[in-house]
Design a binder for this molecule. Sequence first.
Ligand SMILES: *[C@@H]1O[C@H](CO)[C@@H](O)[C@H](O)[C@H]1NC(C)=O
Ligand SMILES: *[C@@H]1O[C@H](CO)[C@@H](O)[C@H](O)[C@H]1NC(C)=O
Ligand SMILES: *[C@@H]1O[C@H](CO)[C@@H](O)[C@H](O)[C@H]1NC(C)=O
Ligand SMILES: *[C@@H]1O[C@H](CO)[C@@H](O)[C@H](O)[C@H]1NC(C)=O
Ligand SMILES: *[C@@H]1O[C@H](CO)[C@@H](O)[C@H](O)[C@H]1NC(C)=O
Ligand SMILES: *[C@@H]1O[C@H](CO)[C@@H](O)[C@H](O)[C@H]1NC(C)=O
Length: 577
Amino acid sequence: MRLAGPLSLLPLVLTTQISFQQLRKNAFITPVIDEFVTSELTRWNSSGLSVAVIRQDTSAPGKWDIEFGSYGIAKADGSPQALLSRVGGAAHQEHVARGMTGVAALRWDTNIADVLLEWGLMDEEMQNGVMIQDMLSHRTGLPRHDMSRAVREGGVKEMISTMRYLRPSAALREQYQYNNLMFETLSYLPPTLLNQTFESYISEHIFDPLGMSSSTYSIADAEASENLAHGFYWSMRDWLYSINGTRTAIDPFFQRPGEEKIRAGAGGIFSSARDLSTWVAMLLNKGRHPTTNETVIPEDVVDHLATGVSVASECVCVRLWAGSLQLSGLRDSRAWGANPGFKTQVSRFPNDNLGVIVLSNDENGAHIIESVKWRIVDEVFRLEPIDWAQRYADEFAKSISENQAVTPRPTNPASPSVPFISMEGTYSHGAYGAFYPCLVQSPPSPTCADVLGSPVVQRILSVSNSSIPTLIADFKRTGSTHLRFTHFDANVFNVSVLWSNADVRKKEGYPVGEDGEVVIGLDSRYVAEWVEGNGDRRGEGEGDGWAFSGNFWGSAGDVRELVGVGKEKAEVWLERV
Ligand SMILES: *[C@@H]1O[C@H](CO)[C@@H](O)[C@H](O)[C@H]1NC(C)=O
Ligand SMILES: *[C@@H]1O[C@H](CO)[C@@H](O)[C@H](O)[C@H]1NC(C)=O
Ligand SMILES: *[C@@H]1O[C@H](CO)[C@@H](O)[C@H](O)[C@H]1NC(C)=O
Ligand SMILES: *[C@@H]1O[C@H](CO)[C@@H](O)[C@H](O)[C@H]1NC(C)=O
Ligand SMILES: *[C@@H]1O[C@H](CO)[C@@H](O)[C@H](O)[C@H]1NC(C)=O
Ligand SMILES: *[C@@H]1O[C@H](CO)[C@@H](O)[C@H](O)[C@H]1NC(C)=O
């Protein structure tokens, strides 16, 4: 299983306060399941979970058995868990691609370069060869590059035009590497071909026909509903030092109204377990509305979705959305999503007429949604129960020990080739944008006084080792607000990508202070090497820069190691401007 790091953004989540008691027959969500879920939440001190199990009642047309369960808390004030969460957008994208066939003769094998003028990649062969299917199947050669994701004035259009600056980690169709940017790019098809926003296209063709009235892409609408659950983060967690952090609600939602459009294509949906159960029932019904039998998604598209195209290394599954997992002889097509504080999984077993939705509002919930899903599957199919709780607990423990497997800093580290203070300045990249690292010293350089003096940076520094030279940069992107560079040896630094909601809370009038604030990412770790340029300061030669590595670019599977020095070896290179 893939445990998402704090920056692994995908989807999102949550909520609605409807009583499903009358719907519950307890055929699937039995007292055994209730007990299992409750014990998992207690064991992990987890906030909450919503569950839906869907099966067609084949004794009569248009009849479905749908059961819901909700456990724990939805919000910081302790309101009970209702039912919401977001789901990955791949299938929607496929629908977009398909639905517009008539308009632009789009096919799975249409080259995206023929459709989007903004499209461009660093590698020319890749640029001209990438088909829509490659983008949906995560085999374009481009790794995640999630840290480049940011709100942009020019929106998705501008984002697409920056992708040419991103370094690929594999050749076209060589390797499965999940990539949000490709989904976001595809969300630009409706505006381009139909003069319609992606959000309105999905509402018109999916939400409305299915009556998914609690589903939206709009943060403002979701926040206005009162039913939006809080995602919970483990603030100040630092696994390296065995610090679990404090469970804290992310309030308000981690992105602010207006910032969501860029992320919509990668599954930025707010939804509920109830709405998602209709979505899954439609998929189980081969693309037709579960009760009216009207076609919502053409059957061949639904079939195509469940057909394996590329193999993800982290599991036996096929694309993120349509994984094909052979387990106990069952075939599972699933969507998996994560957003700060929310974890979601939507599975369907098309050959066995079953759908299982599990939504968590706990950042650590990724392993809980899996154990609960498989426990339900065992129960429904009356399989010999496996100790899923222990299996996933072991995986969770493994991810912690992997995080702790570091090489200690040398006792007598070498000094870098220039004084630390000379590393201050503006560095820039075509897609990642610019940053200005500030040396932590007393007093700070005048340019850095504000950054270093801010309460959130002071809080970060309070848990950083003050005897190690450290630089901090403001780095406001989709999943981050700051970078912390901690000196390791010579020109090499350990880098943590941090995110805090302190500034947003202050700006929006929430109580100021550490109580409600979240700081995360202290235990995310990458490597940055400061590289001295060989330029003659008149613009000739290479400039100074930071070479990021340590899987900063988010590649997956067996990718070739980068060789060379400095810039050549950089997954991402930010050069002094
Ligand atoms: C739904 O439509 C499909 C395709 O037309 C048809 O085969 C099926 O029998 C219909 N089901 C019901 C319950 O009407
Ligand atoms: C696109 O839609 C906008 C807003 O609905 C409209 O003002 C504009 O005229 C349309 N453009 C084209 C080329 O149809
Ligand atoms: C931290 O979490 C782990 C489980 O991941 C648990 O074993 C440990 O007891 C927790 N530590 C504290 C201090 O709560
Ligand atoms: C669970 O987390 C909450 C919030 O951080 C904390 O108040 C509580 O003490 C924790 N309980 C256990 C058993 O760790
Ligand atoms: C710091 O970076 C070095 C060099 O890549 C690495 O060996 C070490 O494990 C890292 N330390 C931490 C705490 O991440
Ligand atoms: C802080 O860093 C220094 C120098 O690398 C090291 O000797 C010391 O053990 C570190 N302190 C902690 C608490 O890790």
